[in-house]
Design a protein around this ligand. Sequence first.
Ligand SMILES: Nc1ncnc2c1ncn2[C@@H]1O[C@H](COP(=O)(O)OP(=O)(O)O)[C@@H](O)[C@H]1O
Ligand SMILES: [Mg+2]
Length: 236
Amino acid sequence: MKNPLLAVNNIHTYYDRSHILQGINLEIYSGEVVILIGRQGAGKTTTLLSIMGIQPSKNGSILFAGKEIAGKPSWEIARLGIGLIPENRRIFPDLTVAENLEVAMKSAIGGYNKRSAYGDFPELYPLRDRPAQNLSGGEQQMLTIARTLMGNPKLLLMDEPTEGLAPLLVKRIAESMVRLRDRGQTLLITGHNITFAFDLGDRAYIIDTGTIEWSGEMKQLREQPEILERYLALSN
Ligand SMILES: Nc1ncnc2c1ncn2[C@@H]1O[C@H](COP(=O)(O)OP(=O)(O)O)[C@@H](O)[C@H]1O
Ligand SMILES: [Mg+2]
């Protein structure tokens, strides 16, 4: 079997003396879409921040493309090919859609450009001259993803990308993620309500109180809703 693109092995992460991640293990293969599900406070964001080196783990190992990245500074991890879309959207509100993309292109590596962005997110093209602050939440999320893709990440981490969006926008974001998946983008997406990911994810992990409680095929979660009920009963 091929080696995973990302292999997180037994990481422990603290905020001061609070022991939050208590031995997380997960693997992502190239081209996969993996969903990390867990209720509020389960440790989803902390997991992404640890992978990214922003809230580093104290021990354990994180191999990316076979190389140890635990302990490396986050800029180096980004340069190696991991992109993070944080919970709060990162756009310049006063700049137009096109200008936001142009600013991100200045630091772009690889061939991703405005045209690619409008291909992945056709909704953005007619809005290109509109200030980003006048976009809907879902459109701002698309712009944030497009900006991050300019860095040509081999692995894109998305922290609750559909949180707080109206159902129609959730559907459109999910559709744009399917487009990314179909052109081979590897994705790790977190969420506490993951209905949107049923047709998108290949595999899923359920996290609770800083440990992985379940992992398996997305298909299993679709067919056996009792699994989600067991671990997410207190969420939403
Ligand atoms: N900056 C922080 N300082 C102290 N505790 C934090 C901090 N950020 C998160 N936590 C705690 O870590 C736990 C996991 O949080 P988080 O990873 O944000 O969960 P999730 O993203 O699944 O909602 C929670 O108990 C939360 O209160
Ligand atoms: Mg979070």
